[in-house]
Design a protein around this ligand. Structure first.
Ligand code: NAP
Ligand code: ZN
Ligand code: ZN
Length: 346
């Protein structure tokens, strides 16, 4: 299948028009016309090689939605015209314990990323969602609830699941006190999901201008944090902190806002390691953990939950020629709250 899209041809980009071939349809494959592709900060980290050497040309994009155009002979989950989504991985070993338990994101042999790597065959470069069409094995695609707007759904495929998964794992519910650090693409989905589950949600941001939006999305409180002093009034307030900040910050003072036995989940992936003082964890038996996207069953569960609660991302739909500017604005924390590319414009 011939498709058009955007690629970074070298580290740092820029993104430019790029045409390439997708594989021909296998028995269990589904082909679809992409309608929208979200821009995740991880796309930017990888184009810029902030996580180490990357593979070029790179077609980023792992928040992909569209309409099925063709199905292989053994496909059972999809038919032509269905709304379909693909997230951060396109395959995994399928045999290890995590894969068997539906935690393909934690596959022992490593999930097959949607881009910036090779497909399961080990030799075809995987190209992501900034493009007009996609081919996917049906086991790694999900169905999109019919009531949700496609542009608003695209970011759920990464930002949505990445917050939903720790929110469920740590049993957020009525009365939980949850803090979300960073109101960007991931953070704003955390606010919506935690609020829908009955939690009391606080946003810890460095951008005063986001206050009203945060409250509208379901946050109960919003604090601008510019220095450790600003966190002092919040001492021992939260059961769970969802840290989605994309840049390296000092997390030690934030740990002071956890209750005894509280947990900070690291979700943001800055280019440098955090420094954590032992005292910040000892003082109140705190836990510091991490979470990476979610598995296939949980991805579908999250979309069904979003459908039932009418939850989508707040998006700015852009055309392909705006993508480089969108990258700059995302890095400057100037995104409301996810850029989504209209795939008609590739
Ligand atoms: P994003 O839209 O750019 O949001 C990040 C937010 O972090 C910003 O909006 C900003 O929020 C805050 N921030 C940025 N720079 C800051 C600074 N210097 N000091 C304090 N706060 C700052 O990014 P995203 O797409 O949500 O992704 C967030 C991070 O999660 C990225 O590192 C990404 O790679 C990572 N990620 C991880 C997973 C996973 O599975 N764990 C999945 C996807 C993405 P305020 O303006 O509110 O402060
Ligand atoms: Zn992502
Ligand atoms: Zn596996």
């Amino acid at each position: 299948m011939k498709v058009k899209g955007l690629a970074a041809l070298k580290p740092g980009g820029p993104l430019e028009s790029y045409e390439f071939e997708r594989r021909s349809l296998g028995m269990k494959d589904v082909a679809f016309k992409i309608t929208h592709a979200g821009i995740c900060h991880s796309d930017i980290h990888q184009v810029r090689e902030e996580w180490g050497p990357a593979l070029f040309p790179m077609v980023p994009g792992h928040e992909i939605v569209g309409m099925v155009t063709e199905v292989g002979s053994s496909v059972s989950k999809f038919k032509i015209g269905d709304r379909i989504g693909v997230g951060v991985f396109i395959d995994s070993c399928r045999e290890c314990e995590p894969c068997k338990k539906g935690m393909q994101n934690y596959c022992d042999k490593g999930m097959t990323g949607t881009y910036n790597g090779y497909e399961r065959d080990g030799k075809t470069i995987a190209f992501g969602g900034y493009s007009t069409g996609f081919v996917i094995n049906e086991d790694y695609a999900v169905t999109i609830p019919s009531n949700l707007d496609m542009a608003g759904v695209a970011p759920l495929l990464c930002a949505g699941i990445t917050l939903y998964s720790p929110i469920r794992h740590f049993k957020v519910g009525n009365g939980s006190k949850v803090a979300v650090m960073g109101l960007g693409g991931l953070g704003h989905m955390g606010v919506k999901f935690a609020h829908a589950l009955g939690a009391e949600v606080t946003v810890l941001s460095h951008s005063e201008r986001k206050r009203e939006d945060a409250l509208r999305m379901g946050a109960d409180e919003f604090f601008v944090i510019k220095s450790p002093e600003d966190l002092k009034p919040l001492r021992r307030k939260f059961d769970l902190i969802l840290n989605t900040v994309s840049a390296l910050i000092d997390i030690n003072p934030y740990l002071g806002t956890l209750k005894i036995d509280g947990t900070m989940v690291i979700i943001g992936l800055p280019d440098q390691p955090y420094k954590v003082g032992a005292g910040a964890l000892l003082e109140g038996r705190k836990s510091l953990t991490g979470s990476m996207i979610g598995g296939m069953p949980e991805l579908q569960e999250m979309l069904n939950f979003a459908g039932a609660h009418n939850i989508v991302s707040d998006v700015e739909v852009i055309s392909a020629d705006y993508a480089n500017t969108a990258y700059e604005r995302t890095v400057a924390s100037d995104v409301k709250y996810r850029f989504v590319i209209d795939a008609e414009t590739f």
